[in-house]
Design a protein around this ligand. Structure first.
Ligand code: FES
Ligand code: FES
Length: 1003
């Protein structure tokens, strides 16, 4: 049917198929700011304004929109500089989002802006509650909503004429947040007071206790605006699916309805005959190449146990056949015409059953390739046994031994941008893979044998990514589109639906964890043992390395005290088993949150049983600066371990600052504070967890960078690192700008394309700022050296002063400056080098691999209110004080902490994925699987306690993953404090809390 759509004041005549959504129609007309995040109207990413009202375009028919005025974010502002043409610049909302750090991946940003615009157009002076209610229809998985909410309040004030655009923070306000720390951290600050009290108050910056080094830098340590923010607020076509390609086919995958079955036959005759179908592929059509989907460096530290298509299915949702057709609807119709005959096999859903003698075997294929202790005959994907010291001796020396089992659930990453890939042959018959991935270089290497192409015939382009959280550290969908492009010769797009994200993508490994800890009466830990039974699902992607990190980080934190501190007794054993459930994989924190729920719940219970203060007990036994990371000599992700001394550890200061910020001393175990006047069914409680992570993988993770100077004195910085929304492009640019003595906007940052950018292992293990950052510094120093040499030559030529040694020239404000203040501008140097004299391209390439993985440390605090009649838990406040080394950009780093705490809050109280006895998933959409929305959020407070990590030129450590680790146990401990409910399993759902209260009453 032909319809006319009025979009941003422009009329489009278009053909709408029956049932075509408005989202689909808008995107086909090139309005890419409307995003796909689900199909059921739950995420809000697709929101547009129709006659000024916010509408989710994925559940609105295109035909319904005829005759109405549609507005998208492309219409509400423009880049402030557009050459000779005058620009009105960005809308105050867009500008506030840019300046406040409200954008992380930016996938939800257009919808948030439109939601906010709708509100302000109707109510110019909204309260924070009204803003939160309005934004509640747009789910964000990155930000924690704090900065978006503050941005809307600020923009509203600007539009009322009560605030100036661009004054989100001023230099004087910065002073309130950056607290000098010349060796003495000074008194801890109280609970976060707002910066200003006039209704336009903003609190987008965290409190930073700065290391002395930071004060000498101009770009590093500053809240610089993200390099990609301006394009993201305008809804520019930056993401993988925002791409037009003539002749594009749409891929769909037939999924297994059975948890375990052999495919006896597949009849695709009818599907292939359906008009509009270009290809149908089954296992009989593809070469049988075994591989792993885990996006990791070579060799993959895990078993090879997967085929693009196999003659066996191992979970409900496993692949059976691929279809490419002229439209997604035709591809769906073709799936229904494929006839499959299955021999249904017994299925293992409970991981306990997997190792039992006689259990049905998931992997009996002869091509299976073992890694270390994997043993498919026992359904064992990985096994680790680490003994540090002698735990049996330690238990014998203990006055008391505490033992208990803890359970952690399977949870989903839920990046709002689903997995999406477009593949096509280029003009040189090289296969281009444009994909939303965290690991472009691993995609290229790992897929080459699967596709029967040499690596050099594949080009992987990683555009903007709409969140990943580890879920896109997986080479999971690229092969589907690539096989179909090879089969048809045509471009193909494959995009997961939200249901596919839940039933076929990766998730966090669920575990059952047994803790056994020996302690002396004075609280000294004499031995600590953990056994983890981890469920990798149907395939062993990340099986070994995730489980290894569970022990490597959480069990390393408590070494004991006195003689035990010198020689700790720690044991970690894990079995990672196959079950007929969707595969687990990488998820922010990478096994460590699974370790800290049991460790920190266990430590809390022990300290209370001993009658000790839980903070004192933990600090007495915690790892300290100058000590050996106990696991460093025992295990290193399947590589050769090497000893590592902890050079920096700000944990004690984090505790001091965090306990003051949350008011621990006034609240902990304070019966008076715990009761809520007039509400006898409520109890308040407060809890703590201490955590550590790692920074990259030593002797393995490598990042590269190249920088070239242009003839206006600007620079192109090319990195293979992948910015998932973390802000890594920005912080890498800041480090380059610091070394080069220029402004961030003189750096044009590009990441990543396997043809043009240097290699990088990708975005995982919290390594980008550390590894790729050191590579950038390395490249920038080479460029700086060339600039100094040329400047010295130019000064000599110019005369008017003595000759200068290049070593005496420093770079500042885009100038090369001598000690006697003569200078040459970068603009002059760029032009001289490229056009005038002894021409050369000033350029530097750098790379970095680290011998160490310096851990960040943190103290996580939670305050909760528990309804003791229903078991309902409301988390009122989260405070996290973090030692992540030097904070390159407090805006982006605090965004990471806020977003991480929010994601961890779901892990603490509501997120879990459950399967029935036949392996069918209970959670298939964002209605059943709840993630936090803007109006449900607790107060969030972030405090950075800087230390200078000497193994990095700017002293950084990781920041991205550590906020995942401590929220769940801190909440669990706060619930215990509030009402005595002792929980061993997260999330702490009302039912679990209610049952724990009943148990307590019985006891
Ligand atoms: S609500 Fe429309 S894409 Fe999710
Ligand atoms: S910034 Fe909101 S989903 Fe990424």
């Amino acid at each position: 049917m032909k319809i006319e759509l009025s979009v941003n004041g422009k009329i489009h005549s278009t053909h709408a198929a029956p049932g075509q959504t408005l989202l689909n129609a808008l995107r086909s007309e090139g309005y890419y700011s409307a995003k796909h995040g689900c199909e059921t109207g739950e995420c809000g990413a697709c929101a547009v304004l129709i006659d000024g009202l916010l509408v989710n375009s994925c559940v609105h028919l295109a035909a319904q929109a005829e005759g109405h005025a549609i507005q998208t974010v492309e219409d509400i502002g423009a880049h402030p500089e557009l050459g000779w043409k005058l620009s009105e610049g960005l809308h105050p909302l867009q500008r506030a989002f840019v300046e406040s750090g409200a954008i992380q991946c930016g996938y939800c940003t257009p919808a948030m802006l439109l939601a906010a615009k709708q509100l302000i157009d109707r109510n110019p002076d909204p309260s924070e509650t009204e803003v939160r209610e309005t934004l509640s229809g747009v789910l964000c998985r990155c930000t924690g909503y704090l900065k978006p909410v503050q941005s809307v309040l600020h923009a509203a004030a600007v539009m009322r004429g009560e605030a100036e655009p661009g004054d989100m923070f001023t230099p004087s306000e910065l002073d309130k947040f950056f607290i000098s720390n010349a060796g003495d951290f000074g008194p801890p600050g109280g609970s976060g007071e707002p910066v200003a009290g006039d209704g336009t108050a903003i609190q987008v910056l965290p409190k930073v206790f700065v290391a002395p080094q930071t004060e000498t830098w101009k770009k590093v340590g500053r809240p610089e605006i993200k390099v990609d923010a301006v394009k993201l607020v305008q809804g520019k076509p930056a993401f993988a699916a925002d791409f037009e390609k003539r002749g594009l086919l749409f891929a769909k995958v037939l999924k297994s309805p059975h948890a375990h079955a052999r495919i006896k036959s597949i009849d695709v005759t009818k599907a292939r005959k359906l008009a509009g179908v270009a290809a149908v592929l089954t296992h009989a059509d593809l070469p049988r190449v075994v591989y792993s989907t885990a996006g990791q460096s070579d060799p993959i530290p895990g078993p090879l146990d997967m085929f693009s298509l196999d003659n066996k299915v191992r979970f409900v949702g496993d692949r059976v056949a691929f279809v490419a057709a002229e439209s997604a609807e035709i591809a769906e119709a073709a799936l229904k015409l494929i006839k499959v005959e299955y021999e249904v096999l017994p299925a293992i859903i409970d991981p306990h059953e997997a190792l039992k003698p006689g259990a049905v075997r998931l992997h009996d294929e002869k091509e299976y390739v073992n890694f270390e202790a994997s043993d498919p005959s026992r359904n064992l994907a990985a096994h680790i046994h680490i003994d540090i010291g002698d735990v049996e001796k330690g238990f014998a020396e203990a006055d008391q031994v505490f033992e208990h089992e803890y359970v952690v659930p399977k949870v989903q990453q839920v990046s709002i941008e689903p997995h999406v890939v477009i593949t096509y042959w280029d003009e040189d018959d090289r296969l281009v893979i444009r994909t939303s991935t965290q690991v472009p270089f691993h995609v290229r290497r790992q897929l080459a044998p699967v596709l029967g192409l040499p690596i050099k015939r594949i080009r992987v382009i990683k555009p903007r990514i709409g969140g990943g959280f580890g879920g896109k550290q997986e080479v999971m969908i690229e092969d589907v589109a690539a096989h179909l492009t090879i089969a048809t010769g045509r471009p193909v797009i494959y995009e997961y639906t939200r249901e596919e994200e839940f039933i076929a993508a990766r998730s966090r490994h669920p575990m059952r964890v047994r803790m056994k800890t020996g302690v002396k009466k004075d609280g000294t830990i004499t031995a600590n043992a953990m056994y983890a039974l981890s469920d990798t699902g149907a395939y062993g992607c990340h099986a070994l390395t995730v489980a290894g990190n569970t022990g490597h980080k959480s069990m390393a934190l408590y070494v004991g005290d006195g003689q035990y501190r010198q020689k700790p007794n720690i044991q970690f054993i894990t079995d990672v088993v196959y079950t007929n459930t969707p595969p687990s994989g990488a998820f922010r924190g990478y096994g460590v949150p699974q370790g800290f729920w049991p460790v920190e719940r266990h430590m809390e219970r022990i300290s209370r049983a001993l009658g000790m203060d839980p903070i004192e007990f933990r600090l007495k036994n915690a790892l300290r600066q100058g000590e050996l990371q106990p696991f460093s000599t025992a295990w290193s992700e399947g590589r050769q371990p090497s000893p590592e001394i902890i050079q920096t550890n700000g944990l004690e200061e984090c505790v001091r600052q965090g306990r003051a910020a949350i008011g621990w001393d006034q609240k902990f175990s304070n019966a008076q504070w715990q009761v809520v006047p007039g509400k006898p069914y409520l109890r308040k409680g407060i809890g703590i967890a201490m955590v550590m992570q790692g920074t990259a993988i030593p002797y393995l993770d490598m990042g590269g960078a190249s920088i070239k100077m242009n003839d206006d004195g600007s620079f192109n910085l090319l990195v293979g690192a992948t910015d998932l929304g973390t802000g890594s492009d920005t912080v890498l640019g800041q480090m380059a700008a610091e070394v080069l003595g220029t402004s961030l906007d003189n750096l044009i940052v590009y990441s990543s394309d396997t043809d043009f950018t240097p290699f990088d292992k990708g975005a995982y293990a919290s390594s980008t700022t550390y590894i790729s950052g050191a590579a950038v510094v390395n490249a920038a120093e080479k460029v700086a050296e060339r600039i100094r040499i040329r400047a010295a030559r130019m000064l000599k030529k110019r005369g008017g002063g003595p000759d200068v040694d290049p070593g005496e020239i420093h770079l500042e404000n885009a100038r090369a400056i001598t000690l006697d203040s003569r200078f040459i501008t970068f603009d002059e140097i760029g032009r001289d080098s490229l056009h005038h004299d002894q021409q050369e391209q000033i350029m530097g390439v750098g790379s970095f691999v680290s011998p160490v993985a310096p851990p960040p440390f943190a103290a996580q605090f939670a305050e909760v209110t528990v309804d003791i009649e229903t078991g309902m838990v409301v988390v009122d406040k989260l405070v996290m004080a973090v030692d992540s080394g030097i904070i390159v950009n407090p805006l982006t780093a605090s965004g990471q902490i806020e977003g991480g705490m929010t994601q961890a809050l779901g892990y603490a109280v509501c997120e879990e994925m459950v399967y029935d006895a036949k392996g069918k998933a209970r959670e298939r959409d964002l209605r059943d699987y709840h993630i936090f929305a803007a109006h449900e959020m607790p107060d969030l407070e972030t405090i950075f306690v800087e230390t200078f990590e000497p193994s990095h030129p700017f002293g950084v450590k990781a920041v991205a993953e550590i906020p995942m680790d401590g929220v769940a146990p801190a909440v669990g401990n706060a619930i215990l404090d509030a009402c005595g409910a002792d929980l061993f399993e997260n999330p702490t759902t009302p039912e679990r809390v209610w049952r724990a209260l009943k148990e307590r009453a019985k006891a």
